[in-house]
Design a protein around this ligand. Structure first.
Ligand SMILES: NC(=O)c1ccc[n+]([C@@H]2O[C@H](COP(=O)([O-])OP(=O)(O)OC[C@H]3O[C@@H](n4cnc5c(N)ncnc54)[C@H](O)[C@@H]3O)[C@@H](O)[C@H]2O)c1
Length: 399
């Protein structure tokens, strides 16, 4: 694939570094930045033949197959519109829109133009996440009941993130989009998100948006998603997921404690340890290959293979739209302090159905509630009578 990069900032560099690493065959061939000097510097750093400060010029470059949107949130829609006009495939960073309304317009534009729309949700492509999904799909942890995802750090690196008009909000839109999509994947993308309860506050920074929030997303099959996001967390970037299923559990720590710990007095080094690390001496928690551990190579492989194979990628514009709808409900709930419905005018998954409970039978008369081996070796059974509902216990004595 020959790629046009829109934007030359933080994520554009992460993407380009991933794309040009390890003899990959896909290459960025042009970059757009509103500031020509920045475009030139980016082009030099990644050995690109072309750079421009006109967005349309980058998109319409005759050799470009696919456009990668790495611009601030308020510019995503206009960039998608320009791609549809030029009939170029488009990959957009997260969040897709600032609201579901905006995301839906982008989804419609891409579908009407018949071009490919990939949603660059990298955290749904980390090696640990993909392996977890495999285990969940093969039934290793049973039915997922609760999926909790946390992203917290000391706050973003550019002015526009802190300006609600440009970003669409604070930590919820910026970080919640990752956590919500992680939860949706674990619980099942076909399962309809029904309603959201969210607490949000501006605890630390002098901004209008929230810098800390916790939310619950209720799904049609009874599962609950939980997101915990903050721009007020100290100590680096904390990326953690916990999944609880009827047959098992998964805990993932993706960034702050990956099994790599190092102490330095501060001599040597270039000051960079890992994204959002706050210190560069003392005990440090570096990340071996950040791009890889954050999912970028697997994400681009899926996106480009999907274009070639004319199939959907794992993360589509439609997914981006659903995420935005869940986040819209979270913002409403943070204001009303009530459970708020997820408003999805376009739902493509399963319709909610009355759920069947598969209680485990102990015998003809009783359901088994719980079995536990006690410290003395006896086994205790807690049972419920199928007709009367009476709860009893039986103890099997150790021989
Ligand atoms: N893990 C991830 O997937 C991830 C991580 C960080 C950022 N992002 C997303 O990437 C996008 C960009 O974020 P970033 O961190 O690279 O920000 P950034 O500020 O580092 O870079 C933004 C780029 O857009 C340019 N820009 C800013 N305002 C502009 C304007 N009005 N017109 C034209 N260009 C303008 C800047 O010059 C810069 O090149 C955002 O949507 C953000 O949410 C995704």
């Amino acid at each position: 694939m020959r790629i046009a990069m829109l934007g030359s900032g933080f994520i554009a560099r992460f993407y380009a570094t991933s794309l040009h690493a390890q003899r990959r065959k896909d290459e960025v061939i042009t970059v757009y930045s509103r500031n020509l000097e920045n475009a030139k510097r980016f082009a030099e750093d990644y050995s690109l033949a072309h750079f421009t400060n006109t967005m349309e010029e980058a998109i319409q470059h005759p050799e470009v197959d696919v456009v990668l949107i790495s611009l601030p949130n308020h510019l995503h829609e206009a960039a998608v519109a320009a791609c549809t006009k030029a009939k170029k495939h488009v990959l957009c960073t997260k969040p897709l829109g600032r609201t579901a309304e905006e995301a839906k317009r982008m989804l419609d534009m891409v579908e009407e133009a018949g071009i490919f729309g990939g949603y660059l949700e990298d955290l749904c492509y980390t090696p640990k996440f993909l392996k977890s999904m495999e285990s969940i799909k093969n039934g290793s942890i049973g039915k997922v009941l609760w999926a909790k995802s946390r992203e917290t750090h000391p706050g973003p690196h550019s002015d526009w993130f802190w300006d609600m008009e440009k970003s669409g909000g604070g930590a919820i839109i910026d970080l919640g989009c990752h956590c919500v999509e992680i939860g949706r994947n674990f619980i099942g993308k076909n399962v309809k998100p029904i309603e959201v309860m969210c607490w949000a506050d501006t605890q630390v920074h002098p901004i209008d948006a929230e810098d800390h929030a916790i939310g619950l997303v209720k799904y049609a099959n009874g599962a609950i998603g939980q997101f915990e996001v903050s721009w007020a967390f100290r100590g680096g970037m904390d990326l953690r997921d916990e999944v609880m299923g009827t047959e098992g559990t998964i805990w993932i720590n993706s960034f702050l404690r990956t099994g790599f710990e190092m102490f330095t007095s501060g001599k040597g080094g270039d000051g960079y340890v890992a994204e959002k690390a706050e210190v560069d001496k003392g005990w440090l928690f570096p990340v071996g290959d950040e791009a890889h551990d954050l999912g970028y190579p697997h994400m681009f492989t899926d996106m480009f293979s999907a274009i070639e194979e004319k199939r959907d990628p794992l993360e589509t514009f439609y997914d981006g739209y659903v995420v935005n709808a869940i986040l819209d409900a979270a913002y409403t709930s943070a204001k009303t302090k009530l459970w708020e419905p997820v408003l999805l005018e376009d739902w493509r998954g399963d319709e909610p159905q009355e759920e069947e409970k598969n209680w485990v039978s102990h015998d003809n008369n009783y359901y088994l509630i719980k079995e536990e081996v006690l410290p003395n070796g006896d086994v205790k059974l807690i049972l419920k009578h199928k007709n009367t509902g009476e709860i009893i216990q039986k103890t099997k004595l150790k021989n």
